[in-house]
Design a protein around this ligand. Sequence first.
Ligand code: CA
Length: 241
Amino acid sequence: VHATVLVVEDELKLRDLLRAYFEREGMTVLTAATGADAITLGLHANPEVVVLDLGLPDIPGEHVATELRRRGDPLIIILSAKALDEDRVRGLELGADDYLTKPFNPRELVLRVQALLRRGRAAPSSDEVRSFGRGRLVIDEGRHEARVNKKAVQLSPSEWGVLITLARVPGRVYSRYELVNAVRGYEWEGYDRVIDTHVKNLRRKLQADDKSTEADGKSTSADVIETVVGAGYRLGLSRDP
Ligand code: CA
C-alpha cells in the first residue's frame, strides 16, 4: 500500500530503523526528531499516517497529536515507553487510531499501519446523506461528516468507523468484536477496552452539541448510542424516511 508516513521519534536509531521498514514496503517516509518539526512537516506534507513518539524533547507528543488533528485527518499511531494501561487509554482518547508500547517489533508496526490504511481506503464511497431521530443525527458520507442538530462534530477516523458501522442498521446490536473489525480490520488484543473508549468519546462529542432537550422543553430519553449489557452497542435513533 503506498502512503506517506511521518515518523516522529527523537531516538536516531529507532527513527532510521522505522524508515527502513516503511521504505521496504514502498511507502514515502518523512521523519522529525522534535514535536515542532513534526507539526511543521505535518502541515506541509499532509501525511496519511503519523507514527508519534509520546516522549519528545521539546513538546509532549499529546500536544503534537492535537495540533495535527486540528488541521488534518491523519491516521495516528502512538509509541510510548510507558506500559501503563492509563497511558494506553489516554493515547486513544487523544484520537489516536492505534497504540504501541516500546519495545515493539517494527514488523508489527508496519502491519498495523497497513491495516489502518486498508480500512481507510475500503470505506464505501457513498455520497449518501442519512438522517436519524427526526434530523437529530445526520451522517454525510460524502463529506465524511456527522452533524448533531445541524452542527458538525469532529470525529477521529476510528470514531467515524464506529459510528457508520452502528448506523448501517439502526437498533441492531453490534458486539465490540464486530466494531473492532470494522474499525481495525483485524483482531486485536484488548479490543473491548479500545471500543469502549471510542464509544465514550463518540458519545461525548455527539451529545455536546445535542440541544434537542432544550429545544422542545422536554427531555429526549433516547441516547444516540445505547449500551446493551453483555452484547455491545447500537444506534438508539431510528432512520428518518
Ligand atoms: Ca522519545
